[in-house]
Design a protein around this ligand. Structure first.
Ligand SMILES: C=C(O[C@@H]1C=C(C(=O)O)C=C[C@H]1O)C(=O)O
Length: 187
């Protein structure tokens, strides 16, 4: 098999369209992974009385990973704005997320001043927001261990949001702690 065919083979590639992942996914996880409205809002509802908090793990300028650059349609050696957060209920990370935007496309959105406010609460207020197709993965994110977050990953998903001239890749990973707290299956 050629390298290109290997990458495109849904059995081997890290990301695949969510419809292709659906047979391996329980109905309860499908409700989360395939949802297209704000995940922040959904987590707050599911958490009930538990306080919701965005924990900022890392934010700054850097290079995107190769699969991220591909998803954004940019070269891997183009600088990007990177943001990694844990979405916590009662201080327990339920979801970790990594967002990537080409630096040249940032024009006064002041995303860097979001801090521990949710990106979703800004994003879903933007008029004319378009969300690209969702893809899913079973592979855990590379940045969990770096941040000492304990947890297996049930599912990961990603999509690109388009707003004005900005493309913003948002990757979200649902952690085992969320599955345990909500009584969801492992996949
Ligand atoms: C995209 C959303 O925003 C959430 C908040 C994020 C952040 O603050 O960095 C990152 C990913 C999301 O899970 C959403 O709520 O759907």
């Amino acid at each position: 098999m050629t390298a290109a065919a290997f990458r495109q083979n849904p059995l081997f590639s890290r990301w695949r369209p969510i419809d292709a992942a659906r047979p391996a996914m329980s109905a309860s996880w499908w409700q989360w992974v395939a949802s297209t409205d704000s995940l922040t809002a959904r987590l707050m509802v599911a958490g009930g009385e538990k306080p919701f908090r965005v924990r900022l793990l890392h934010q700054g300028v850097g290079w995107p990973r190769q699969d991220e650059a591909q998803a954004l349609g940019i070269g891997a050696k183009r600088y990007a704005w990177l943001r990694e957060v844990a979405l916590c209920l009662d201080e327990t990370p339920w979801v970790v997320a990594r967002s990537v935007a080409p630096l040249t496309q940032l024009k006064g959105q002041r995303l860097e001043s979001l801090g521990e406010r949710s990106l979703g609460s800004w994003l879903f207020r933007q008029p004319g927001l378009v969300r690209g197709p969702l893809e899913a993965t079973k592979q855990p994110p590379h940045f969990i261990s770096v941040n000492g977050i304990d947890g297996s990953c049930a599912w990961g998903r990603r999509s690109v949001f388009y707003h004005g001239g900005l493309s913003l890749l948002v990757q979200e990973y649902f952690l085992g702690a969320m599955a345990d707290d909500l009584g969801l299956p492992s996949r």
